[in-house]
Write a protein that binds this ligand. Structure first.
Ligand code: 5GP
Length: 116
């Protein structure tokens, strides 16, 4: 059984966060340390630590994360100019919180995909 992170507490509203969307499958909230004018994290309500832990039965859930990203990008007014979706995995990917999450970033040109 994977260990819960602070994101589980955000889902259950046990600690404050700027939640912009929640349904039976996913929750989305603003990143506490935004790297762009719009920086939202979209996460499954179910704890899946990393992309390595995604199972076949999670297909609909993963799809829902993209559908919510599309909806929120429109609401944020960044859909036309464009945005970036990032999912970091493990140490080389730069993952800090082990509850899988999709970063939705936009509101300015985001530069090259990687630093190097
Ligand atoms: P990672 O590096 O794991 O892909 O990204 C984790 C993200 O979670 C970071 O961008 C970080 O700022 C954000 N984050 C970490 N703790 C909290 C928190 O307690 N609240 C919110 N809203 N964001 C958090």
């Amino acid at each position: 059984m994977a260990e819960e992170t602070i994101f589980s507490k955000i889902i259950r509203k046990e600690i404050p966060a700027d939640v912009v969307y929640q349904d039976e499958l996913v929750t989305a909230f603003r990143d506490i340390n935004p790297r762009a004018p719009s920086h939202i994290l979209i996460i499954p309500n179910k704890l899946i630590p990393t992309v390595n832990d995604v199972n076949d039965e999670d297909e609909a859930l993963m799809g829902r994360m993209f559908v919510v990203a599309r909806k929120l990008a429109k609401e944020e007014g960044i859909a036309e100019d464009g945005y970036r979706l990032i999912v970091n995995c493990n140490s080389h990917g730069g993952q800090e919180v082990y509850h899988i999450h999709m970063h939705l970033l936009g509101g300015r040109p985001l530069g090259p995909m990687l630093m190097s």
